[in-house]
Design a protein around this ligand. Structure first.
Ligand code: BGC
Length: 763
């Protein structure tokens, strides 16, 4: 109540204090309200609004509050409870103009309840489930006083060496764009100004996933057609869905860092796409313009960034330090600063903060006694979304599902790994709340008596890698290392395996291996764990691999060794239960890969929708002078869109309603899907189109639609897809988006390789 009065007072004051020179502006009129407010702001207050600082040891809280009260900070990130943020908003309310603060956080795949990592969410191909995960994340974050998230991350990633592959939704433009829109709508709910919503700021604008060699923060050099066609659409989809913010990428694009890139930020984002929201730099990115070698000092860096249209500077002090001098010297215009300030204030307005600065902070008496109280968690949803995201890669002799009567040896360094369960960027998630694979299996079995556990191996036997993974966490290392000799661990696991009917090995990466800056030169399971798998294989017991990893792995050997492989990614707080649901058949897996799995790291890139070439490799007709690696089989290990089920599905031949399509017409592509197995199950029917001849070379195929379909055992269903001219459009050499008449192949399959095909002509 007190806060509401304060707010009323603020709104009145905000209007009254302009009475002398400006007529009062009603808060309902956004533009007038903001213009009025800006007329009252000093230069220092304006520049203060452009400063986004990280709550952390660099700046004590007391100092932060002082700075806020002096009007020197626009927003903070990394403080995640109402009682942490309330004093900061109180400080803002003590500032001269009482401009509210906003509180940001990386809410990427859940807030307190952690959902599967984004790459796993994409594996569900289930837009309702993905929406649910985002909506719950927003509700939990908003209830903890967060106003804005730095998400969704929609960088197309086609190089799995890149550690941040885990944080995105895979390699495909269409799928990632669909998810981008869904996530924005989920975060923002009925509007970014709703008390249970948070504003989305899509990242990392742009092309961050295409860093050369998969090495983080590296350069990107890309043709305009490829940008427009493959890499930019997901950001555009997020913006079209109403994302209020954009986070600018750390990489350069064709020689100009994104943070200084006026083409990117002004011509493309604002002019061409009509974006009117908030543009924030990534962490320290303005300062890094010096290191990129485009600014000789901080002054020039600040000038380049403000000129490019970077509204807020994240965690560097350059705007505060340099903008006044640049303005005085006439090197930047007042309008450069004003444009940025207007966008910050507009974002705050859109978050509902001018009407109610305490919208998400609420009253102290309502603060939760325990922010992790079970009543605040969303475990059932997390479990359901997690099991939808698991991908069954192999299942020979119906090794899975396991019988609950079986004696099971559970081994591997990831079987009891609560922190890894959460994956990277796990927001406010707590490892102690994670259900591990061991917990989940033990619960499903009604106790631990039939489960024999042995660690079997460490994550890595390489001390350098271990040190890297723990470099931030020396006090409580994230990757725990069992000091016993590797052979002792293996012998223990082999003994457990011999006593059991079946072996489940939880192996793969620790979460830090698929994280920001964690690029890899190899994609295999670390050697220590491969030794374990080899030893387990010698026991002759059926071997199930439960993989945990944040990127495609090269699994050539494991594909042969294992009887079953379940790709579980990092599946979140309820991951262990979800995995047990699938292992024991209480849930029939339905996930499909959103990214190609290569046979080896040398094959990269292996994305399915590559351009046609003059001398393609023809399967079954090996020979010289076609495009291939002669020393390995050509093609991926597991293709995009692939994933098995405990039932089997078949597709009839496809029917097209016509062999021609005119520009205003519509074609119907239909196919009968049949569940030919003995269990009910869900699969994803995928529609691909190939533009056979174009004015520029077109991809061999492109995903254009899909449907996740549930069928009872023995059930059949006809699936229809509409095809219109819109599905055939692409950016030509002049970057004009249009379809060209000619022949098109339509393919429908349950993955991107095994498809039925028909053709038509666009007239
Ligand atoms: C990352 C961003 C993140 C930011 C704030 C940066 O290092 O690149 O994705 O949003 O930190 O935590």
């Amino acid at each position: 109540m007190k806060k509401l009065c304060l707010l009323g007072l603020f709104v009145t004051l905000a209007s009254q204090s302009v009475l002398a020179d400006n007529p009062p502006a009603p808060i309902e009129n956004k533009d007038a309200f903001i213009s009025n407010l800006m007329k009252q702001m000093t230069l220092q207050e304006k520049i203060g609004q452009l400063r986004l600082i990280s709550i952390g040891p660099e700046m004590p809280r007391e100092m932060i509050r002082k700075e806020i009260a002096a009007g020197n900070i626009g927003g903070t990130f990394n403080s995640i409870t109402r009682d942490e943020n309330r004093p900061m908003q109180d400080a803002a309310m003590r500032s001269r103009l009482k401009i509210p603060m906003f509180f940001a956080y990386d809410v990427i795949h859940g807030h307190r309840t952690i959902f599967p990592i984004p790459l796993a969410l994409a594996s569900s191909w289930d837009m309702d489930a993905i929406y649910r995960s985002g909506r719950i994340a927003a509700k939990e974050a908003a209830a903890d006083s967060i106003d804005i998230t730095f998400a969704p991350m929609v960088d197309i990633s086609r190089d799995p060496r890149w550690g941040r592959t885990s944080e995105g939704f895979g390699e495909d433009t269409y799928l990632v764009s669909r998810i981008a829109g869904v996530m924005v709508k989920a975060f923002q709910g009925s509007g970014a100004n709703a008390a249970d919503s948070i504003m989305a700021s899509v990242k990392h604008f742009a092309l961050y996933g295409a860093v050369e060699g998969g090495r983080d923060y590296n350069t990107v050099d890309m043709s305009p057609v490829k940008m427009y066609q493959d890499y930019l659409p997901p950001y555009r989809a997020a913006i079209d869905a109403g994302a209020g913010g954009v986070m600018v990428a750390l990489n350069s694009i064709n020689g100009i860092p994104a943070t200084a890139n006026t083409w990117l930020m002004n011509d493309l984002l604002r002019k061409e796409w009509g974006f009117k929201g908030l543009a924030v730099s990534d962490h320290g990115a303005i300062f890094e313009l010096i290191k990129h070698g485009v600014a000789r000092d901080g002054r020039e860096a600040a000038k380049l960034a403000i000129k490019a249209g970077i509204d807020m500077s994240m965690n560097d002090s350059l705007y505060g330090k340099e903008l006044p001098g640049l303005l005085k010297a006439g090197e930047i215009e007042q309008s450069d600063i004003d444009n940025a300030v207007r966008e910050v204030l507009a974002a705050k307005y859109d978050m509902g903060l001018f009407k109610e600065p305490y919208l998400r902070i609420g009253k102290a008496e309502d603060d939760p006694a325990d922010v992790y109280a079970d009543s605040r968690m969303h475990r059932a949803d997390a479990r359901d979304v997690a099991r939808r995201s698991l991908v069954l890669l192999e299942n020979r002799n119906q090794t899975l599902p396991l019988k609950k009567t079986a004696k099971i040896a559970l081994v591997g360094p990831l079987a009891k790994a609560p922190i890894d369960m959460m994956g990277s960027w796990a927001a406010a998630g707590r490892p102690a709340l994670s259900v591990t694979v061991y917990d989940g299996m033990a619960r499903a079995l009604g106790g631990e008596s039939k489960l024999i556990y042995a660690r079997g191996a460490n994550i890595t036997g390489d001390k350098k890698v271990l040190d890297y993974l723990n470099f931030l966490n020396f006090d409580a290392p994230e990757v725990v290392d069992d000091p016993r000799p590797a052979q002792v661990l293996i012998d223990e696991a082999v003994k457990a395996a011999k006593e059991a009917d079946v072996v489940v090995a939880a192996v793969g990466e620790s979460r830090g291996m698929s994280h920001e800056s964690s690029s890899r030169t190899e994609l295999n399971i670390p050697a220590s764990q491969r030794e374990l798998i080899k030893a387990l294989k010698t026991t002759g017991k059926p071997l199930v691999l439960v993989l945990m990893n944040g990127r495609p792995l090269s699994l050539l050997e494991e594909k042969q060794q294992a009887d079953a492989i379940l790709e579980t990614w990092f599946s979140g707080t309820e991951g262990g239960n979800a995995i047990a649901d699938v292992l024991f058949g209480d849930y029939n897996p339905s996930g499909k890969l959103p990214i190609t799995f290569p046979r080896s790291v040398g094959q990269i890139p292996t994305y399915y929708n590559h351009l046609s070439i003059g001398r393609p490799f023809t399967p079954g007709k090996p020979g010289n002078y076609t495009s291939q690696y002669f020393d390995d089989t050509t093609g991926p290990l597991y293709p995009f869109g692939y994933g098995l089920s405990y039932t089997t599905f078949s597709l009839s031949d496809m029917a097209l309603s016509s062999t021609t399509l005119n520009k205003t017409g519509k074609l119907d592509a239909s196919i009968t899907l049949e569940n030919t197995g003995e269990r009910d199950g869900e699969t994803v029917v995928q529609l691909y189109i190939q533009d056979v001849t174009g004015s520029i070379i077109r991809p061999v195929k492109e995903l254009k639609n899909f449907r996740k379909v549930m069928l009872k055992a023995g059930e059949k269903k006809v699936i229809h897809f509409d095809i219109t001219e819109d599905d055939l459009k692409f950016f030509n050499a002049q970057l004009k988006y249009a379809a060209e008449p000619g022949k098109f192949n339509v393919q429908i399959g349950l993955d991107s390789q095994d498809v039925k095909q028909q053709s038509f002509e666009l007239l």
